[in-house]
Design a protein around this ligand. Sequence first.
Ligand SMILES: [Zn+2]
Length: 170
Amino acid sequence: MVWLSEKWAEVDKLNDTITQYAREYLTMNEKEARKLQVIRGRENWYETVDNEGVKILMNLDDATCDCGMWQMNGLPCTHAIAVFIMYNKEFPHNHVHWFYSKQAWQLTYEGVINPILDESRWEKVKVPHQQRKRLIKCPMHQLVQPKGLNLMNAVQAILQQHIWAMFAPK
Ligand SMILES: [Zn+2]
């Protein structure tokens, strides 16, 4: 209950549309993205080239990149960020998966667990004997009830039955 309340307060304080983790990820990758050269291909295909001449292909329509990071974690990778910032003049945070949105985070902790009294202060309820018998009825209980055994003996009896069934001659 306390944990949920703390998380809810944490979400409420967030002054962003995406989670802090997603924001930090984008900021960290933006520095590297600015070092890449972006070349536009046909339709929504792009190619990025780094300082060592390594080429990476990406497709904005499919939200896919050869490096695989965008598909894997739902956050635009360095190459996608390079395209968004330098070529399309778009904000990368508009292309993160919905899972990283403030709305998704709020929904995660939206449920409420109300506090309850200590068990010692719970109201005592008298259950008539007949009802009590029905409440504790279970297959195991039914098996051993005629013998008048307690729970431990019942478990032992069932185990013995299974062992006998396993090793009994067929
Ligand atoms: Zn990539």
